[in-house]
Design a protein around this ligand. Structure first.
Ligand SMILES: Cc1ncc(COP(=O)(O)O)c(C=O)c1O
Length: 455
């Protein structure tokens, strides 16, 4: 919320039910104190009115945790990730995670890899983008006056932010009907001497498809052979980074490909950690320019940092470590394969409804299902709204450039979602469709979302 004008009528008071004599202003700091129980109840009353997280099928982020994760978060509530000298063991857990992830992503340098935790994939992506921009600049001294460009497939909004905030032109190649990932040849046609790199996504936000990074790699090799232009790849594996290694080991998308210089992923998505942690790993030291790293001595020691934030919580990193040692490779594989089975079940059920057309069926790529309405027979915005009456939050949105007229609906399957919940969801979806058939003018409160969607 960047700006909101508070109307006089809104500036009322809130009351605690077990202490109705206590009234607090809504938008001004109260003059006096309240008891902890009253303040807690007032806060909880507001939170209770949010949608139920487990039924939020829009988000990629975790909404289910083992009690031990909650305990670790609570134990670490006072630990600041930046205080690496004071909390050396939290820093040590971060380092172990970096090496484990580098190894998972087939880094040949997993023992001496460069990487860091971040607040999420957005920050991780920006650090990856900055490193590519710095490297391009130092290799192209004579061209520093020019605005460099970044060529991408269908990217999440964080890359548009990166381009605008850090003065880089973004060249997002348009999609084509029936093709929901970028065409490597089209990507290559957009590359030139001022290209800092290409971003491809392992599991796009819009449909969950993996982009074909190996094919892109080959196309960039050809470009270099013909023109001498050498373009690196950053992989945005926000979701896929913790799915593909367990379910699709044969897909070559990571450091096995020479041009992949950096990869980001969200610990708080399929990494199964609580909200607030992402990761970025570089191929090796040479891909993280030294002058992006700040060394501070006022926290004790000489701490190197490459981050957009300074302070941030340490609990998420500790919880990430817990999940790594708790589940191991086989545990993650089991979780991910359950999720893919659930998604495939939903995909099959959606396919059997003849008014829908499947865009991604959950059997490959991310464990999610997207569909459109065949010939516009179902108003998907109305359907989203109707599903809310069962508690399900299911987004309806338009696809990115060139396919903006395609409206899709998406269900993201995450840890904690079971086959039983999937069956209930499908049954509620069928009820919602029946209701809409009988009430074609049912409200469409979600229509304000028609401009797009960025989860
Ligand atoms: C492909 C992709 N990149 C980046 C992001 C941003 O991730 P975060 O929410 O961790 O900042 C998302 C979020 O859904 C995403 O899907």
């Amino acid at each position: 919320m960047l700006h909101r004008t508070i109307k006089d009528s809104e500036n009322v008071t809130v009351q605690a039910t077990n202490s109705p004599e206590e009234e607090l202003p809504k938008f001004r700091l109260p003059q006096g104190q309240s008891s902890a129980s009253v303040a807690y109840q007032l806060t909880e009353d507001e939170l209770m009115l949010d949608g139920n997280e487990r039924q939020n099928l829009a988000t990629f982020c975790g909404t289910w945790y083992e009690p031990e994760v909650i305990k670790i978060m609570s134990d670490a509530v006072g630990k600041n990730m930046i205080d690496k000298d004071e909390y050396r063991h939290t820093a040590e857990l971060e380092e172990r995670c970096v090496h484990m992830i580098a190894n998972l992503w087939n880094s040949a340098q997993a023992d001496s890899t460069m990487g860091t935790s971040t607040t999420g994939s957005s920050e991780a992506a920006m650090l990856g983008g900055l490193a590519m921009k710095w490297r391009w600049r130092s290799a192209n001294e004579s061209k520093v006056a020019k605005v460099p460009n970044l060529v991408t497939g269908p990217v999440q909004v964080c890359w548009h932010k990166f381009a605008r905030y850090f003065d880089v032109e973004i060249r997002e190649v348009p999609l084509r009907s029936g093709r929901y990932v970028s065409d490597p040849e089209e990507i290559v046609s957009q590359c030139d001497q001022s290209t800092i790199g290409v971003v491809n996504t392992l599991g796009t936000t819009f449909t969950g498809h993996y982009e074909n990074i190996e094919e892109l790699h080959r196309a960039l090799d050809d470009l270099q052979e013909k023109t001498g232009i050498d373009v690196p790849i950053h992989v945005d594996a926000a979701s896929g980074g913790f799915v593909a290694p367990f379910l699709d080991p044969g897909v070559r998308w990571d450091f096995r490909l020479r041009r992949v210089v950096s990869i980001n992923s969200s610990g708080h998505k399929y990494g199964l950690a609580p909200l607030g942690v992402g990761w970025v790993i570089w191929r090796d030291e040479s891909h993280l320019p030294e002058d992006l790293v700040f060394r501070v001595n006022y926290l004790g020691g000489e701490m190197p940092t490459f981050a957009l934030n300074f302070s941030r919580p340490g609990g998420q990193v500790a919880a990430q470590y817990y999940n790594f040692i708790r589940l191991g490779f086989e545990g993650y594989q089991r979780v991910m394969s359950n999720l893919r089975n659930c998604a495939a079940f939903i995909g099959d059920e959606i396919r059997s409804i003849d008014r829908f057309e499947i865009v991604s069926d959950g059997r490959s790529g991310l464990p999610l299902v997207t569909w459109t309405s065949r010939k516009g027979e179902v108003d998907l915005y109305r359907l989203s709204n109707q599903l809310r009456s069962f508690g399900w939050q299911v987004p309806t949105y338009t696809l990115p450039s060139n396919l903006e007229s395609t409206v899709v609906q998406r269900v993201v399957v995450r840890q904690g979602f079971t086959l039983e919940l999937a069956r209930q969801f499908v049954s509620d979806l069928q009820q919602a469709l029946k209701y809409l058939d009988a009430n074609p003018m049912a409200p469409t409160a979600n229509s304000h979302r028609k401009g797009g969607f960025s989860h």
